[in-house]
Design a binder for this molecule. Structure first.
Ligand SMILES: C[S@@+](CC[C@H](N)C(=O)[O-])C[C@H]1O[C@@H](n2cnc3c(N)ncnc32)[C@H](O)[C@@H]1O
Length: 228
């Protein structure tokens, strides 16, 4: 029996592979960033890691582990740029206790899918929300996480935008927050990077935070915890 290959199927696969490598140079605002992740949801439907731009679930779990070592989840958790809520799944899998988990994201598709995955769980909730235009009241939560979210430059002054997101998250958490960012001079092709010590110092100076850095000097991702 001879089998006929549809050439357009191969073309679609090729295009998908190309699209997976596409990284916008910058976003004018957070709404466009949400639209980019909405588009990835449609294109890579069914492949979470591809949508989220992780190399694999192992890399994602390692990042969660590092974040939790810096700041254990206490009480009410807020997860900005929550994606599919994988952080909540990770905590559940590891039996790490928390009172409640609230995930916010600028991508509607992420929030819809995350909500469907946790249907019936009253302590886990999701919301489409931009903290820049719609911040939470002071100390609404206990601990906050911003993981693999701040890698794209947003707005005319990307460092300022990033600092505003960090500041608003820090103010909304009673204990503190952890965020990850991309270190300068570690990997080619990354357009928005920072020097770990410089950013930690800036958080100390501008936000009055007590900081701790997780940076091995090699990995392009580093983490900072900010405590009150
Ligand atoms: C690479 S994914 C990471 C998702 C999740 N934190 C994880 O580690 O699995 C980045 C997510 O952050 C969201 N995002 C980017 N900028 C944001 C912002 N300013 N506010 C809320 N969500 C944002 C994107 O829509 C996307 O879902």
């Amino acid at each position: 029996m001879s089998r006929v290959t549809n050439p357009f199927r191969l073309l679609a696969r090729k295009l998908k592979r190309r699209m997976s490598n596409y990284s916008p140079a910058a976003f004018p605002d957070t709404v466009s960033c949400g639209a980019f992740y909405d588009a990835r949801n449609s294109l890579f439907s069914g492949d979470d890691m591809m949508i989220l731009e992780y190399s694999g679930s192992e890399a994602q779990c390692q990042l969660f582990e590092r974040a939790i070592s810096l700041l254990a989840p206490i009480g009410k958790i807020i997860d900005l740029g929550c994606g599919f809520g994988h952080l909540a799944s990770y905590l559940d899998e590891k039996s790490i206790p928390y009172k409640s988990y609230h995930g916010i994201d600028v991508s509607k598709q992420m929030v819809t899918k995350a909500g469907n995955r946790f249907k019936g769980r009253t302590s886990v909730s999701f919301e489409v929300r931009d903290i820049l235009t719609n911040p939470f009241a002071k100390e609404s939560f206990d601990t906050g996480y911003v993981l693999s979210v701040l890698g794209y430059p947003i707005g005319e002054n990307p460092i300022r935008t990033m600092m505003e997101i960090i500041e608003k998250m820090f103010s909304s958490c009673r204990v503190g927050i952890v965020f990850s960012h991309v270190a300068s001079d570690r990997k080619g092709g990354l357009s928005f990077t920072t020097v770990p010590e410089d950013l930690a110092l800036r958080c100390e100076r501008e936000l009055g935070a007590k900081t701790e850095l997780d940076d091995d000097g090699t990995d392009f991702t580093y983490l900072v915890s900010l405590r009150h």
